[in-house]
Design a protein around this ligand. Structure first.
Ligand code: ADP
Length: 334
């Protein structure tokens, strides 16, 4: 391997924290941040429990060896938290005082849009250099094609649905499988296609219960003895998965209807190779961006390139569903 010379830096220490909902790949990103700091001879602090750790001064120095054996681990060794105090100017002032006290002059925040909103406000108030890394299974952040943990979550979901399919097809069962995604249907749509679901209900598209019923009736007539419908938590019908299932059961007695809510298992597990590589690339880029004098930006991946997007744009709206996928799903569920 060729060695690239470490960058001369004006920063003394960089802090890294994980915040909001955890996702697989966060540990790989922490490892990359810590080791890139070590490589460039910049001190590094791991901050525990997200912004709460800044307020409680719950942080410790980390070196290259502190992050051994974590690239393959789900969750986050730094722990994550939702911190109400950081939403107040007083809380953020304490956080800033603690950063100064520890000689930390740059921060890498690994989290979702809520964490980035906090980072942006903090950065503006104190002109404090902050770079974000998108860590969320929902893949709903603008300025990146993929967020950390999304690929792993997709694989977890299709693995679960494959198992459900085994039991569904052993009986004449129609399974409704609820997956995560209150505001975004990326997991439902992609895992639904990947697992061969009959129908996919997502927050971005209003299929309507009648159309769902008609579609399932058609499938039954065409000889399908069992089926799987994937439902994102926030689908547009306005009904929860149990209500949808019971409506269909009442109107389509041929099938035995069952519901499976996958829940928090979707956030766990060892990160996929894709997420590990993405986390590694993003972690290196986050530190080097800070050392380059960047701030208030999020690292993302667009067309295979690691990029920077202003935090403001990253949180502006949800990333869009690919409508072509909806068509693919419709065609293949014939
Ligand atoms: P995620 O980052 O996964 O979207 P949250 O929305 O829970 O998760 O946000 C994580 C944390 O970011 C919150 O607990 C809070 O400490 C901080 N945060 C979110 N929104 C704001 C805000 N408007 N002002 C200050 N801090 C915020």
């Amino acid at each position: 391997m060729a060695f690239i010379l470490p960058m001369p830096s004006k920063l003394s220490h960089i802090g890294v924290l994980t915040s909001g909902g955890d996702s697989p790949g966060m540990n790989a990103a922490v490892r990359a941040v810590v080791r890139t700091c070590a490589y460039h001879n910049v001190g590094c602090f791991g901050v525990y429990q997200g912004y709460q750790g800044l307020i409680d001064n719950n942080l410790e120095p980390m070196n290259a060896r502190s992050v051994k054996d974590i690239i393959n681990k789900g969750g986050t060794i730094l722990k994550s938290a939702r911190c109400l105090e950081f939403r107040t100017p007083e809380g953020r002032k304490i956080a800033h005082d603690n950063l100064k006290k520890n000689n930390i002059d740059g921060l890498v925040v690994i989290g979702g849009d809520g964490s980035f909103t906090g980072a942006m406000i903090f950065q503006k108030e104190f002109s404090f250099p902050v770079i974000g890394i998108p860590g969320t299974i929902d893949n709903d952040i603008q300025g990146t094609r993929f967020t950390l943990g999304y690929d792993t979550a997709l694989n977890t979901v299709i693995d679960a649905i494959d198992k459900i399919r085994d039991t569904a097809s052993s009986h004449n069962r129609l399974f409704f499988v609820e997956v995560m995604g209150r505001d975004a249907g990326h997991i439902a749509l992609n895992a639904g296609i990947g697992a061969g679901a009959e129908e996919i209900l997502i927050p971005e598209e209003d299929m309507g219960l009648e159309r769902l019923l008609e579609s399932l009736k058609r499938s039954e007539k065409s000889g399908k003895s069992s089926s799987i419908v994937v439902v994102a938590e926030g689908d547009k019908t306005g009904k929860n998965v149990f209500e949808i299932a019971s409506y269909i059961e009442n109107n389509l007695p041929y099938y035995e209807v069952r519901v499976s809510v996958l829940g928090h298992m979707q956030r766990g597990g060892s990160p996929s190779c894709f997420d590990r590589v993405l986390a590694s690339r993003m972690g290196v880029f986050a530190v080097e961006s800070l050392l380059d004098g960047n701030s208030n930006k999020m690292v993302g991946i667009i067309d295979e390139n690691i990029t920077l997007t202003p935090l403001e744009d990253a949180i502006k709206g949800k990333s869009k569903i690919n409508n072509n996928l909806i068509r693919v799903s419709d065609i293949l569920s014939i």
